[in-house]
Write a protein that binds this ligand. Structure first.
Ligand SMILES: *[C@@H]1O[C@H](CO)[C@@H](O)[C@H](O)[C@H]1NC(C)=O
Ligand SMILES: *[C@@H]1O[C@H](CO)[C@@H](O)[C@H](O)[C@H]1NC(C)=O
Length: 313
């Protein structure tokens, strides 16, 4: 028998055995503690990612298709209805376990909202920037006003756009793959963290470490988008929002990434913009590693109070 063949039989045997023992172990625990796995998770693990990630995994690996289906919102009405169904299926008494119902419901809310957020973000990304759309044009002009309030644009099509880091004389062509998501992200950062954004804009003109803020900003949108879609932001979102993560929380995550990337860029002391790919890779791998922790929580930490002044107007 070829060694490869032997090892694949060994592989199947061990995975079948571990599957068997895992279910056996769960069954035994249920006998001893009188609680099913979902209950044990809800009682033994901290609110946020530690609890919701385990609930999600437990449902995904469940033998019952009914429980697996709980993961997709489409097939259910409200969170409450779904919780009742699961409790019936698992023969958990509603009156005796109100805390379970509450905590399990919170987990479901987070799981479903994350999925809804992925869809919403994708829809925004697919919207292309359209120069004929007045709403789009207004948002773009607003971005300029937030970043450079002291100076008016001479015209809509102008080289001046390069001051905030667009490429040509018409930003419309720079959004490309990220569509309106790129513009909304930038505008959120520029208006909610006005002073931080202007500080970052100034830094982007540094004689040695200069970069194109808008172009890099749109690239960071693609980073945030990919992290969201592959599920890498789950730990962070579940720890940050007890309730339903929404587009606002995506914008906040983006602001964190852009602000931190700027710091990282300077700390790396790149020779020129040609090093962007290398620095981006390194930054992304550090962020990704941190996000794997079940305590992960990205939080914009702006030490200078002045930089956080939220926009009132
Ligand atoms: C402009 O774009 C928005 C979405 O960004 C859309 O809701 C609206 O219908 C568009 N307006 C026109 C006139 O196409
Ligand atoms: C972002 O930058 C990376 C590295 O240079 C590049 O491969 C990628 O295509 C860029 N993405 C966008 C949307 O600009």
């Amino acid at each position: 028998m070829a060694p490869q063949h032997k090892s694949s039989i060994w592989f199947y045997a061990t995975s079948w055995l571990s599957y068997f023992f895992w279910h056996m172990f769960k069954w035994l625990l249920r006998r001893i503690t009188g609680k099913c796995e979902l209950q044990r998770i809800c009682y033994n693990h901290r609110e946020g990612a530690p609890r919701t990630m385990r609930i999600e995994k437990s449902l995904r690996c469940s033998k019952s298709t009914l429980l697996q289906n709980v993961l997709s919102r489409e097939q259910h009405g409200s969170v409450q209805e779904c919780v009742s169904q699961v409790m019936k299926l698992k023969v958990i008494n509603q009156e005796a376990h109100p805390i379970f119902a509450l905590r399990f419901g919170q987990c479901l809310e987070q799981i479903w909202s994350y999925q809804a957020l992925v869809k919403e973000v994708e829809m925004t990304r697919l919207l292309r920037y359209d120069s004929l759309n007045e709403t789009h044009e207004t948002l773009l002009m607003e971005l300029w006003c937030k970043l450079v309030p002291e100076r008016q644009l001479p015209s809509r099509i102008t080289k001046e756009w390069s001051y905030i880091g667009f490429q040509g004389d018409d930003p419309a062509t720079d959004f490309r793959g990220m569509g309106m998501l790129g513009l909304h992200n930038l505008l959120f950062f520029a208006s909610q963290y006005r002073n931080a954004a202007r500080h970052v804009l100034q830094r982007s003109h540094h004689p040695k470490f200069r970069y194109s803020l808008a172009i890099v900003g749109i690239n960071i949108t693609s980073m945030a988008y990919h992290l969201l879609c592959c599920g890498a932001l789950k730990n962070h979102m579940y720890n940050t929002v007890i309730g339903a993560p929404s587009l606002l929380h995506f914008h906040l995550t983006y602001s964190y990434l852009l602000y931190e990337f700027d710091k990282f860029w300077f700390a790396e002391e790149p020779a020129d913009i040609m090093e962007f790919s290398r620095v981006r890779e390194k930054f992304l791998s550090q962020v990704s590693e941190y996000l794997q922790s079940e305590y992960a929580r990205l939080k914009l930490d702006i030490s200078d109070e002045n930089m956080l002044a939220p926009d009132q107007g």
